[in-house]
Design a protein around this ligand. Structure first.
Ligand code: TXA
Ligand code: MG
Length: 348
């Protein structure tokens, strides 16, 4: 398949927005930007299109998709009911990086929900995304636009690398803002439960839902709990190189990473460091500054790009500094735990 890249810089570019919207209407696959990561879009109510999405990504069949809507009113026909707590969340956090799990209505095919009676819905805040969705008139199923298991795409180039030849269009609107995927909140259970931490934090949600819970299976890679969200059980976000995550006292983390680098100089090493620590490393082949520890939004927006860069530059081993599980840190650590496949040295 010939993949066409459409550069769309703003919502005035109606010509290209309409090309993308028409393609979605015609059952084609369109990679589109969102504020979190790029999505692999297609008509979420058509089983034949959903099947193409799973194939293009190489996604396991039991991992359900998120349906993206352009307006809050589009949710009504997709779900059995909108609980009050969901209504409050939509008012407060939509459009934005919060995905809500509802009991699905009959018009949502079981292919979209991977056989579940629930469906994930989100309204992105990215203006170009919303314009494309609105003008398509389609409910857009959109998993992250990476090959299954690879780091999620925060730039169109990442999607081009993974999906060129497998989708009809890739919309290029530059770097995404949040950089990690949306928070997934299940409101079909009481109390509501966070199944994936993301751009809307536990602390944000507690303002509306004081007793909101977080699925422990997603935070601790070493416990044996089964995550409630199917996507969380797979190896994920993984670079090709071996990746090890370090946590604890920051000075000890720097010392331990430095010791390992000195111990094995034959390996091409990469370190994902921060503004506060970047000057403390010596002899690193690929030294990447994720941003300041004071600004977790900056760290989140750079983390997937950094993991991909390590692969591009041929790292053998990636050492990653950890963060606290507070605020956006929970989402960042969840992705880093998965990227390292459980190879962690914590409590330093
Ligand atoms: O930010 C995002 O959410 C991005 C952009 C493109 O919108 N999309 C995204 O989609 O990350 P995906 O498919 O890569 O991740 C969807 C996650 C998976 O972990 C999946 O298992 C979970 O949501 N999920 C979807 N439907 C679910 C359901 N009915 N019950 C529980 N978990 C569900
Ligand atoms: Mg994904």
């Amino acid at each position: 398949m010939n993949t066409i890249v459409l550069k769309i810089e703003n919502t005035n570019d109606l010509e290209n927005i309409d090309i993308a919207a028409k393609a979605l209407r015609d059952g084609k696959l369109v990679v589109f930007p969102t504020e979190t990561v790029y999505g692999l879009g297609g008509d979420g109510l058509r089983p034949d299109v959903i099947d193409k999405i799973f194939k293009a990504k190489g996604r396991p069949q039991d991992n359900p998709l998120i349906l993206h809507v352009g307006d809050i009113s589009s949710v009504d026909i997709l779900v059995k009911e909108i609980p009050d707590v969901a209504r409050d969340c939509m008012e407060m956090f939509w459009p934005g990086p919060l995905t809500i799990i509802f009991n699905k209505s009959d018009i949502v095919p079981l292919e979209a929900s991977a056989g579940l009676e629930t469906i994930a819905v989100r309204m992105p805040s990215h203006k170009i995304a919303r314009e494309i969705i609105r003008r398509s008139g389609v409910v857009v199923a959109g998993p992250s636009a990476n090959t299954s298991g690879r780091p999620s795409p925060t730039r169109a180039e990442h999607a081009i690398e993974d999906l060129s030849g497998k989708v009809d269009y890739i919309v290029d609107s530059g770097k995404t803002i949040v950089g990690i995927e949306s928070t997934v909140l299940d409101v079909t259970v009481d109390p509501p439960m966070i199944l994936r931490p993301g751009g809307v934090t536990l602390e944000d949600l507690r303002v509306l839902i004081p007793n909101v819970e977080i699925d422990r299976g997603i935070i601790d890679e070493n416990d044996n709990l089964t995550p409630k969200s199917p996507g969380q059980k797979y190896k994920h976000y993984a670079p090709k190189a071996e990746c090890i995550l370090f946590g604890g006292n920051l000075n000890n983390v720097i010392k331990e990473i430095s010791r390992r680098i000195a111990e094995d100089p034959s390996k091409k090493s990469a370190v994902l460091a921060t503004a506060e620590t970047i000057d403390d490393y010596r002899g690193v082949d690929i030294l990447i500054n994720l941003g300041s520890r004071e600004n977790l939004s900056e760290i989140a927006s750079n983390v997937f790009d950094a993991l991909r860069r390590c692969d591009e530059e041929g790292a053998d081993i990636i050492y990653v500094e950890g963060f606290e599980f507070r605020g956006l840190g929970a989402g960042i650590m969840n992705r880093l735990l998965k990227a390292s496949g459980g190879k962690v040295v914590l409590g330093l």
